[in-house]
Design a binder for this molecule. Structure first.
Ligand code: MBD
Ligand code: FE
Length: 254
């Protein structure tokens, strides 16, 4: 392993050893921790567990980036979302539960230049907080890719996502409950916005009507990501502008 890897792993081990000593951890506690780590693996919950720390990496990685703030990817992204046709609407079941939602917006470069042909790769939970590909929902439900027009504009119909809860009965949920912490995330829509010559923007938009905005279990809410949909006929609608950072010029080799 390279030197940085050795330094970080070495420090991690030192911190664990110090923690054990500082708290006088007992054999019973050690065995509980060991069993929990094994249970997380057996339940397939490592992606979920690690998503609770992704915010720290994301904030660090993007602290000096131009353009819109983003947030974490989370554990439920799938790369092969359906490519949608105009007029854009996320695939859903007949009579899909949840308020109808129209999301409109633009994709711009950080300096305000509209980006023609930018791609939004969108995914969200249904009104019950379930994601397709990770539940019994049909494959590809509430997932889709769409493209901006010559002025960088897009419009997408969907439904208001429900709040998400980490499964209460799984090892991660049991740990949170044992600590007295709730397992919820506010309702949100995920997207990766990408365009030629720009850094992809991984982000989530949060409905202002959702609970847990101030208390997201994944610590991934930022004020600039909260949208304020208004009633517009029989549906809710909001508009959002994404500004992408230009790719940093490659450092010439040699
Ligand atoms: C989610 O839906 C999510 O987006 C994250 C980051 C963690 C858990 C569930
Ligand atoms: Fe999510």
């Amino acid at each position: 392993m390279n030197n940085r890897g050795e330094q970080v792993i070495g420090e991690l081990f030192r911190r664990i050893n110090t923690l054990i000593a500082d708290y006088d951890l007992t054999y019973d506690e050690y065995q509980v921790a060991q069993q929990w780590l094994i249970d997380v693996g057996q339940a397939g919950e490592w992606p979920l567990a690690l998503a609770l720390f992704e915010h720290a990496v994301e904030q660090q990685a993007h602290k000096d980036r131009a353009g819109s703030q983003g947030t974490i990817l989370g554990p439920f992204y799938l790369p092969d979302s359906p490519v949608l046709d105009l007029p854009y609407e996320l695939p859903h079941r007949p009579g899909e539960k949840g308020d109808k939602l129209l999301m409109t917006g633009r994709v711009l470069s950080a300096d305000g230049t509209p980006l023609d042909g930018a791609v939004l790769d969108v995914w969200q939970a249904d009104a019950d907080g379930l994601y397709s590909g990770f539940s019994d929902l049909p494959a590809g439900l509430l997932r889709g890719k769409l493209t901006t027009d010559t002025q960088g504009r897009f419009a997408l119909r969907t439904i208001v996502p429900g709040a998400f809860t980490i499964p209460h009965e799984g090892p991660v949920g049991r740990l949170l409950a044992a600590c007295g912490w709730h397992p919820w995330r506010p309702g949100h829509i995920h997207m990766i916005v990408s365009a030629d010559e720009h850094e992809p923007l991984i982000t989530q938009l949060y409905m202002d009507s959702s609970d847990y905005l101030d208390d997201d279990v994944a610590s991934a809410v930022k004020n600039s990501l909260i949208v304020h949909p208004h009633r517009h006929g029989g549906q809710l609608a909001f508009d959002y502008e994404f500004r992408l950072a230009p790719l940093r010029a490659a450092v010439p080799a040699g």
